[in-house]
Ligand binder design. Structure first.
Ligand code: BV8
Length: 257
């Protein structure tokens, strides 16, 4: 099947689906100008994950880790949602339910207007007190002090994100799994499907009979499990699917009259 036929198939499958999951990774934000993790100019390329995004790195050198996050916050601060994010937000009310389960910490799904969002790996605009665990939102760019200190108890603040070697929030993970058990279709958009346990979500969905549509310029370990895998950019493919889906809906309504 060529890309046109796959886009057509995706629109058809969406027109017959009620409960949708959009599972997204850093690829959906790359057209907004935010580097991915594993692309040619990926974030990890310049830095080693184990040097920066781990509890050990933070306890060894919190200032260095915060300088990296402050640098990333400054990159993300002026970035806007792209057509990929916007189409998902437009689909908020098109289905019985649409959940966005994202590995991204950039907040662009919220900025685009998506409603039911599960941020599996946290959010770069949130800080957590290392002593009390309280979470605060802070959009200051650059950060007023590095490393930031808890205003209440004076302890070190950390980014409210999930580092390598850290377990995901069990409540969030079980909510994501519960939503997937109710879904009849999942869009896996812009993820290399390499980082676990998040990557197990689309895999499990495919194994349990959920229709999985992958949107990615490259193939991934999920590709062989997907019902259809569209080799394209999210910002191009999602608007194309949306146009065809809107035509299908118009024709169906026309026939019902
Ligand atoms: C855990 C937040 C239990 C932080 C992130 C050894 C030691 C310790 C752990 C492990 C180990 N070996 C394996 C593990 C498990 C590890 C893991 O999976 N590692 C991988 C690398 C092998 N996982 C963990 O550590 C997790 N916790 O397992 O806890 C435990 C406890 C103790 C000890 C052991 C285990 C926690 C993982 C969470 C890490 N935090 N982010 C931060 O951002 O600073 S992960 C980070 O990678 C981001 O969240 C990112 O989203 C995520 C996944 O990457 P992707 O989103 O998929 O992005 P990527 O760049 O990889 O791919 C982009 C894709 O988009 C590409 O396919 C590209 O083709 C495509 N694309 C590009 N442009 C477009 C596009 N697609 C569409 N449109 C476009 N325009």
């Amino acid at each position: 099947m060529d890309i046109r036929e796959k886009v057509q198939t995706a629109a058809q499958l969406l027109s017959q689906a009620d409960n949708i999951i959009a599972f997204t990774g850093s690829g959906i934000s790359s057209e907004s100008g935010i580097p991915t993790f594993r692309g040619k100019d990926g974030l990890w390329k310049q830095f080693k994950a184990q040097d920066l995004a781990t509890p050990a790195a933070f306890s060894t050198n919190p200032k260095l880790v915060w300088e990296w996050y402050d640098w990333r916050r400054n990159i993300i601060a002026d970035k806007q949602p792209n057509p990929g994010h916007k189409i998902l937000a437009e689909w908020n009310d098109l289905f019985s339910s649409l959940y966005v389960i994202t590995q991204n910490i950039d907040g662009l799904h919220q900025k685009a207007g998506s409603e039911n969002i599960i941020e599996l790996h946290g959010n770069i605009w949130k800080l957590r007190c290392t002593k009390e665990g309280t979470v605060t939102e802070d959009h200051s760019c650059p950060l007023k002090e590095i490393p930031p200190i808890c205003k209440k108890c004076g302890a070190l603040m950390r980014p409210h994100v999930v580092w390598f070697g850290e377990s995901l929030d069990t409540k969030l993970l079980s909510e994501a799994v519960k939503m997937c058990s109710k879904a009849d279709l999942m869009l896996a958009i812009g993820t290399s499907s390499l980082v676990y346990p998040a990557a197990s979500i689309p895999m499990t969905a495919a194994e349990s009979g959920v229709k999985v549509i992958e949107i990615n310029p490259e193939s991934t370990p999920l590709t062989p499990r997907a019902d259809t895998s569209i080799r394209g950019k999210a910002g191009d493919v999602l608007p194309e699917i949306s146009d065809i889906l809107n035509n299908i809906i118009r024709q169906t309504k026309g026939r019902e009259k």
